[in-house]
Every structure is written in structure tokens, then in C-alpha cells.
Design a protein around this ligand. Structure first.
Ligand code: 28F
Length: 666
């Protein structure tokens, strides 16, 4: 991307970029911050905060404060050295003016060391300035307080001046995102808070706080032993097999810091970072880590006689069950390379060898010091391998049955769709037989299939795959979708373009949603990443103006309050407690008809958040879970799992089988 290209380019290339000025950023904001929705909006914060974190990495800043102001502007305060306040002869501008209003200025002065090159593209504060209505900088330095201000996308509105004396040092920036640029301008406390927590976990000893002036909320993060805390955080309620194992080392100027642990769970959680930036697609450091683990644990298992000569070596799949690990590397700027669009994957080839070496050296030593724990890990791998073999057999059995034609029990109570266009077809997973019945008669049979689910869905987080496959609801889902599961899952075989979870709008319904999402997340992840999973939103109210024959539906308390405020006439309100209170026509009209229904598309916002959310939801502490769901599920779950309301009107061309009918004929 732009930032990497720049590194290889000559000074004159840079000058060309400089000449482009901040207009370039305003013309194509997506190029610099990814998008102009909520995600892009929050990128502004990361860009600014990452500069403070760079200053902390350089060893000069110990505290960062982030404030969401009442007007939805952001203030970031650090106690670093303060941006240099001299004059740049070449540019004929003050240094702060250069730093904040010239594109890519930061990198040129970058020098050695590990710059985090914050944010998505590492282009820094000038991009934030370009996309802000106002941008005010205060620098405490050399015994003085200095100020400089910009407005309307980086236009200097008040040149650098000394406004007083001060013994402090540091930089403060306040910026107000430009409403002309962003479709969303309201900051989320939760999103910022989680990201800052992650930064604090990755930078031990650094104090980072967030304060929300809109609602008097604040949190402060500081972790003395960040990575160990990080692992504990990820472990949640899971029972431990090993306490955190710390692996640290440095070779070829690449700094490696890994913490890993095994739990009694079955899933794997691996997070990786390069220069403090999350690498969600992994890369060479992760490959090196896995190779190192496989090598050390196989050697150990041989030495201990757990693996005999005739036995097959463990592969990384055998060793990943129950593993949680955070792999971080700091790579000098001259070696850093990313692959993929969004810096999601580390490409630096040296990192692979370096991480592998550090891991094998350190683990070999650790395993001789901790033989009993080492044995526990390896024995877990033996079990994992055996379970996998069992699961493979179970899956084979399902496949055999599939080729023989599905038996009734394999499909549960599925009512199939008549149309054959898999992409248009929709599978409704409906809570309870009675709502299932209404859905069945209300549906448009051409493209809608109904699978009623009885009772509670099993918790995929806590169940071995072999046992999962014995569960009737789960096998009915797997067979209805028809695309296998786990490693065998192949989304191109899926029988449906949309899978729609339809539950009551209460705690139980929310719990069923999360259980289903957990299952999909663990065993059919692509359905989520490819955005095939939806949640149906039934209305909460039916409203009939007095004396009128007409009625309409409202979906939220807010909508109702709004209506009551704006219309003074008398109305009759029916509150739906569950899907079962609607008849088939009403269910079709409000919740299933593509032209009028409201669907929420489930997308994974952030791996860490999702992992944590699932752990909170699926952990042993039922009380905690209940609280969490009651507080969060309806709409605010979106902070963890991004629920994206969609406008379907363009998508509903059911031309394949003729016109869409109004169902209600079954
Ligand atoms: C609220 C956001 O942006 N903090 C920053 C510094 C400190 C230095 C710096 C920043 C060096 C020459 C380009 C100070 N003294 N917080 C921040 N703190 N930038 S940004 O230097 C910028 C480069 O010009 C700094 C000595 N060296 C560096």
C-alpha cells in the first residue's frame, strides 16, 4: 500500500506526494483510512493514539489519555517529549505545521527503530487533519505551552504560537471529524476502549485511559506484565492445563515475545502482532511459531517415549487444541513487509526463521524444566488426534448417508424450499415448534425453507466434535445446509444463500442466537465471514390508531416513543412477546417478506472481541452470561459482533421461479 511503496521510493517521489497535499486525502479517504463508515471513523483515533504509542516505544511517554468529548470530538493527550516546535527552513513552515498538514511527513523523519506506523496505512496525523472539521494541537515543550490550529480539512487557522509557560512536556490533539466525509460520526466507547486495552496489554507499564464525557464513563488500563495478562484475558473461564509460558528472544534485530498456554477447551486462539499492529491473517512470524512448536513438542514426545518410532509425528492441528497464544514481533522498519490489502499478514521472511529458532531454543529448555506439564501437553495432543479420527469417521458416516439420500431423522423437521437456486434460497432456523409451524405456513415456499429447533441448542464451545455430531438439532442444521463442517466445510456446497436465525426477542431467544453463532463460528466460520448468517428482527409492537382499520408495526421502544410524541391521536398497542403471538400472515409480513422485514447481518468485527464475547457467553458462569445478554443483546451486541442492518430492496429478485408470492398458502 501507499506506506510500503513510499519506503522504497526516492525523495522526489515523496515530494510529488507532498505536492498532492491533503486534498488527495479528502478526495479518496478510503485509500488512507479504509472506509468512511464507523470503522474509518475509529481509524482516526488509532492514527493519533499510535503516534503517542510510538513516543512511548521510543521511551519518552508513560501515559496516554483519550477523551470522547460531548460534541463527539476526540482529545488525545500524551506526556511524551512534545512535537518539536522549531522551524523547517526547507518547507518554510513550523515543524508542527509540516507534521500535521503535509502528507506522509512523519515517516521521513522516522529514523531507526521500530515504528509502529500506526493504523491501517501508517500515514499518521496529517490524514486525520485532512478529514477533520477542526484540528487543534497543544505542545508542551521547552518550558512553554504552544498551540497551532487547523480547520476544514487541514487549513491553517492559527499559526504556531506560545500561549504560556509550562513545566510539563507532551502533545495534546483535539479533532472533530468532518461530517461531510463520514457517514457515521458517533464514537463508540466500547470499540475505543477495547482497542486501547489491547494497546495497553501489548505495551507493559504504559498507562492508557479513556473517558467518555457524553456519559461520565471512564476506564484506565495499565498492565505490568502485559502479555501474561493478555493470555489470562483470552483464557477467560477456561480451565488451565499449563500456566502461561513466556518465550522471549532477539535475533537479527527482530524482537520476539510470545506467551502461550494450554486450556482444557477444544478451540484454538492465536493472536499475532507485528510492531504493535494486529496481523489478523498471520504471516511469517506465525508460521515460524507453529513450526517451532511442532518441532519442540515432537522431539520432547520422542524423548519421553510417548511417541514411538513407528508413530506418526504430531502436526500443528494435533497441537492446537486448547492452545491460546499471543505472538508478537518487533521488526526494524527496513525489514518490515506486509502482504495483503490491510497489513493483515506479515511478509518479512527473516521473521519465520527467527521466531522458529527462538521458540525451539526456549521451549526445549522449558520442557526439560517442566517435564510433567510437557507430558500433559503431549498427552492432550494424543487425545486430540484420537478425537479427530473419531470425528472423521462420524463425518464420513454423515457423508455416506448423504449419498444414500437423507433419512428423515438426519434432516430433523426441515421443510424444504421448492426453488433450486441455492444462492436465493433461505433457511430459517426457528425457535420452537409452534413458531416453526407459523413460519412454515407463512413462508414463500419457492425460496424459503424452515427448520424448527426444539429446546436448547448444544454449546459448541464446550463439546467435543464427536459428541456434537450426536446432537439432533446440530446434525439437522449440518445436513440441511449440506456443506459439511470443520475442515471439511465447503461453502460452495451450501444449499442456502441466507441462513436466518429467528427467535423470540427475549433472553432465551438471545441465548439461542449466541449458541447458534458459536456453532457457526467454530465449525462453519465461512458462513460468517462470507456474511451468510442473518438474524431476523420481529417487531415488538403492533399499533392501531383508534377507530382505524389499518395498523402498522414498530420494531423498538424508541420508535414507539417517537410515534407517540409526534402523533397525538389515541392508539391501541399490542406488544408481541414472542413469535408465537403472530399468526402466519403477520409473521410473513413483518419478519419474513424480503420487501418489508428487517434483517441483521452478522459479521465478525474483530477476532479478539469475538473470541471474548463467545467466551463470556459460553463460559461456565451462567449468571454472568445472563446479565451480559440481558444488557447487551438486542442492539448493542453490535459492539462485539457487528450487526449490520441491511437494505434488501435491491437484493430481492426472485425471478428464478416466477414472481414472489405472498406465501400463506401452505
Ligand atoms: C496526541 C498525539 O502525536 N505525540 C507525538 C512526538 C514526539 C516527537 C515527534 C511526535 C521528529 C522530527 C518529525 C520529540 N522530540 N500525540 C503525538 N510525540 N513526534 S508525535 O517527532 C516528530 C518527528 O520531526 C519527538 C524529539 N524527537 C521526536
Amino acid at each position: 500500500m501507499a506506506a510500503e511503496a513510499k519506503k522504497k521510493s526516492t525523495y522526489s517521489d515523496d515530494s510529488i506526494q507532498v505536492l498532492e497535499g491533503l486534498d488527495a486525502v479528502r478526495k479518496r479517504p478510503g485509500m488512507y483510512i479504509g472506509s468512511t463508515d464507523g470503522r474509518g471513523l475509529h481509524h482516526l483515533v488509532w492514527e493519533i493514539v499510535d503516534n503517542s504509542i510510538d513516543e512511548a516505544l521510543a521511551g519518552y511517554c508513560t501515559e496516554i489519555r483519550v477523551i470522547i468529548e460531548k460534541n463527539n470530538s476526540i482529545t488525545v493527550i500524551d506526556n511524551g517529549r512534545g512535537v518539536p516546535v522549531g522551524y523547517n527552513k526547507q518547507m518554510k513552515k513550523s515543524t508542527p505545521e509540516v507534521i500535521f498538514s503535509v502528507l506522509h511527513a512523519g515517516g521521513k523523519f522516522g529514523g531507526d527503530g521500530y515504528k509502529t506506523s500506526g493504523g491501517l496505512h501508517g500515514v499518521g496525523s496529517s490524514v486525520v487533519n485532512a478529514l477533520s472539521k477542526t484540528f487543534d494541537v497543544t505542545v508542551y515543550r521547552d518550558g512553554k505551552k504552544h498551540e497551532i490550529s487547523f480547520k476544514d480539512g487541514g487549513k491553517l487557522s492559527s499559526d504556531l504560537k506560545v500561549v504560556g509557560n509550562s513545566l510539563k512536556t507532551g502533545t495534546t490533539i483535539n479533532f472533530l471529524p468532518d461530517k461531510k466525509i463520514f457517514s457515521e460520526t458517533v464514537f463508540s466507547f466500547h470499540t475505543i476502549s477495547e482497542r486501547l486495552k489491547e494497546s495497553a496489554l501489548l505495551n507493559s507499564g504504559l498507562k492508557i485511559s479513556i473517558e467518555d464525557k457524553r456519559k461520565d464513563k471512564s476506564i484506565e488500563y495499565v498492565f505490568e506484565d502485559g502479555l501474561v495478562e493478555f493470555i489470562k484475558e483470552l483464557r477467560g473461564d477456561a480451565k488451565e492445563v499449563t500456566s502461561p509460558i513466556i518465550i522471549k528472544g532477539k535475533e537479527q534485530e527482530i524482537d520476539v515475545e510470545i506467551v502461550m498456554a494450554y486450556t482444557e477447551e477444544y478451540s484454538e486462539t492465536l493472536l499475532s502482532f507485528a510492531n504493535n499492529v494486529k496481523t489478523s491473517e498471520g504471516g511469517t512470524h506465525v508460521t515460524g511459531f507453529k513450526t517451532g512448536i511442532v518441532k519442540s513438542l515432537n522431539d520432547f514426545a520422542k524423548k519421553e517415549g510417548i511417541l514411538k518410532d513407528k508413530d506418526k509425528r504430531f502436526d500443528s492441528n494435533d497441537l492446537k487444541e486448547g492452545m491460546i497464544a499471543v505472538v508478537t514481533v518487533k521488526v526494524p522498519e527496513k525489514l518490515i513487509q506486509y502482504e495483503g490489502q490491510t497489513k493483515g499478514k506479515l511478509g518479512t521472511s527473516e521473521a519465520r526463521y527467527v521466531v522458529e529458532k527462538v521458540v525451539t531454543d526456549r521451549l526445549e529448555w522449558w520442557l526439560t524444566e517442566n517435564r510433567p506439564v510437557g507430558k500433559k501437553i503431549v498427552e492432550k495432543a494424543v487425545l486430540a488426534r484420537r478425537a479427530k479420527e473419531e470425528a472423521r469417521k462420524a463425518r464420513q458416516a454423515i457423508r455416506d448417508q448423504k449419498t444414500k439420500g437423507k433419512s428423515k431423522s438426519m434432516l430433523g423437521k426441515l421443510t424444504v424450499a421448492q426453488g433450486r437456486n441455492k444462492l436465493l434460497n433461505e433457511l430459517f432456523l426457528v425457535e420452537g415448534d409452534s413458531a416453526g409451524g407459523s413460519a412454515k405456513s407463512g413462508r414463500d415456499r419457492k425460496f424459503q425453507a424452515i427448520l424448527p429447533l426444539r429446546g436448547k441448542v448444544i454449546n459448541a464451545e464446550k463439546t467435543k466434535i464427536a459428541d456434537l455430531l450426536k446432537n439432533e438439532e446440530i446434525t439437522a442444521i449440518i445436513n440441511s445446509i449440506g456443506a459439511g463442517l470443520g475442515q471439511d466445510f465447503d461453502i460452495s456446497d451450501a444449499n442456502y444463500g441466507k441462513i436466518i436465525i429467528m427467535t423470540d426477542a427475549d433472553t432465551d431467544g438471545a441465548h439461542i442466537q449466541t449458541l447458534l453463532l458459536t456453532f457457526f463460528f467454530r465449525y462453519m466460520k465461512e458462513l460468517i465471514t462470507e456474511k451468510k448468517i442473518y438474524i431476523a428482527l420481529p417487531p415488538l409492537f403492533k399499533v392501531t390508531p383508534s377507530g382505524s382499520k389499518n395498523f402498522f408495526y414498530l420494531w423498538t421502544e424508541d420508535e414507539l416513543a417517537d410515534y407517540v410524541r409526534k402523533n397525538k391521536n389515541k392508539i391501541e398497542i399490542q406488544r408481541y412477546k414472542g413469535l408465537g403471538e403472530m399468526n402466519a400472515d403477520q409473521l410473513w409480513e413483518t419478519t419474513m417478506d424480503p420487501l418489508t422485514r428487517k434483517l441483521i447481518r452478522v459479521t465478525i468485527n474483530d477476532a479478539l472481541l469475538a473470541e471474548n464475547a463467545f467466551r463470556t457467553l459460553m463460559g461456565d458462569k451462567a449468571e454472568k452470561r445472563k446479565e451480559w445478554i440481558e444488557e447487551n443483546v438486542k442492539f448493542t451486541l453490535e459492539d462485539n459482533i457487528e450487526f449490520e442492518p441491511i437494505d434488501e430492496t435491491d437484493e430481492v429478485l426472485i425471478t428464478d421461479e416466477g414472481e414472489s408470492n405472498n406465501g400463506a398458502e401452505d
